[in-house]
Design a protein around this ligand. Structure first.
Ligand code: OOG
Ligand code: MG
Length: 256
């Protein structure tokens, strides 16, 4: 399959809500770089179609997530404005294939961040907000069966995200160990802490900024960065209500 055919297959999977087989299944030589080329083309196509970039996401930054999908290396993808869902709003199944939710920490960048000369200590001064978040992922591959290059090509399963309204930046000192719960229909199904994301969500952001710098790109003011799922993700089904909570905020969504 050519790159173009792979892009078409991914777009068709999304449009028809029909998952496809991972490319590495037939083409074990399909590489990580090939995956990012496809991801970049998907972004270009989205922008050409009038979408706008809202930020980026890191993925597979926690042990829980890595074990869940059996891929043991962080990856990144892009976020579009159209993927944002209001907190306490509704998540629609109508445009998704097999969506799952995971709790995350989102960071909003205040200044242009060039990863080349950046270190962890300087990072907080360049941020405008830190928020409790939920990511809605939706793999375009059957049963979330993929290898690293496949999931990169599929924009790291990105599908939607919700940001809380309480800015946690004043609590940065305590961020790593801030307890987080996720509830499904009232019952706690996951507990976690931001430290699950590469030890500190700021590390995840730093790693992203450095990766971008190696491609001569920077993070820009106002961009939202999802720093990676803190726990296993869970399937969402019609009628479900999910909630995430931390000491300063609680919000959720219903599924329709
Ligand atoms: C890959 C997406 C990973 C995260 O936060 O780790 C991700 C997947 O689980 O399908 O978004
Ligand atoms: Mg995620």
């Amino acid at each position: 399959m050519t790159s173009l055919e792979k892009i078409e297959a991914l777009l068709r999977a999304r449009a028809n809500r029909e998952a496809i087989r991972a490319f590495t299944h037939e083409e074990p030589q399909f590489s990580l770089e090939d995956g990012y080329v496809i991801q970049n083309t998907l972004l270009e196509k989205a922008l050409a179609a009038g979408e706008s970039l809202s930020g980026y996401k890191m993925g597979l930054t926690s042990k829980a997530k890595q074990k869940d999908v059996n891929v043991f290396e962080p990856i990144h993808g892009f976020l579009l404005r159209s993927m944002e869902i209001s907190p306490n709003g509704k998540v629609s199944l109508a445009t998704r294939i097999q969506p799952r939710v995971e709790p995350e920490i989102a960071i909003v960048v205040k200044d242009r961040l060039d990863g080349k000369n950046l270190n962890l200590r300087d990072l907080p001064a360049h941020l405008s907000g830190i928020y409790l978040a939920c990511e809605i992922i939706d793999s375009r591959y059957k049963d979330y069966q993929f290898k690293l290059p496949d999931v990169i090509a599929d924009n790291t399963s990105a599908s939607g995200y919700l940001l809380g309204r309480v800015n946690l930046l004043p609590h940065l000192e305590d961020l790593r160990l801030l307890g987080i719960t996720m509830r499904k229909n009232g019952e706690v199904i996951e507990t976690g802490a931001p430290a699950a994301a590469l030890g500190d969500p700021l590390n995840s952001l730093l790693e992203l900024a450095r990766t971008m710098a190696s491609r001569k790109e920077a993070l820009l003011p106002g961009q939202v960065i999802l720093t990676g799922g803190l726990t296993n993700s869970h399937f969402i089904r019609t009628g479900d209500h999910f909630e995430v909570e931390c000491p300063f905020e609680r919000f959720g969504f219903s599924v329709e």
